[in-house]
Design a binder for this molecule. Sequence first.
Ligand code: ADP
Ligand code: MG
Length: 253
Amino acid sequence: MTVSDLLELRGVSRHFGSFRALDDVDLTVRPGARHAIIGPNGAGKSTLFGLISGTLPTTSGTIHVDGRDVTRLSVDRRVGLGVTATFQHSSLFLRETVLENVLLAVLRRAGAGLGVWRKVSARAEAIAQARTLLERVGLSSRYDEQARALSHGERRQLEVAVALATEPRLLLLDEPAAGMSPAETARLTELIAALPAEVTVLLIEHDLDMVFELADTVTVMHLGRHLKTGTPDEVRASTEVQTAYLGPQEVAS
Ligand code: ADP
Ligand code: MG
């Protein structure tokens, strides 16, 4: 690890019984990176995010954030250190309004929850923060609607706002464009591209156009192993990568 890496995984494995979902993975992410993780279904990408965010314990190996060993820390402790994930399966409160969803995350970040809520000045500040975040993700006209009234794409935008409310230094996005229309994907791509450099982005995505538009670094995973990390051009040109995606015959011919 160079001192400047924000995230470092060393020899990380996750086994389910005798099955090696992740096997001896090394990975580093530098601050400010737009780092994409790609690979066929079952490659272990979501498992990797579980280990980084802390929802899933490692079988072996170490995870460092900013030089600090977080391998055994809880999800909440990692969020406190700036590691925040949005998940492949939505975790929104569908009966609450769009604003309330973000507000809950803002208050949680403030750490005081309802204590803060009783102070009128703090309440106004939290609402202002939540509104700013919703403007940033393009949901400013939907504050007062129930989250369940949002389209699929808008829900993903809301999830990003909820994640940003935790003031992440490392934002993990697991297939944020899954199920989105082309227009929604384009809007989400713009939103991610516009995030400040203080937010390092680690993105799992199947939409390779989105990956190659956003990413400065691409890691390819295959069958639980780290296959290759490089620039988008290096990854595109790699025969190993083409083999993992297409099988050897197609690459040879
Ligand atoms: P990806 O996100 O790259 O599609 P996953 O990380 O979801 O892959 O899964 C990697 C492999 O691990 C898959 O073969 C999957 O079936 C297996 N796996 C994931 N979670 C579990 C679990 N809780 N129990 C058993 N096997 C699992
Ligand atoms: Mg997955």
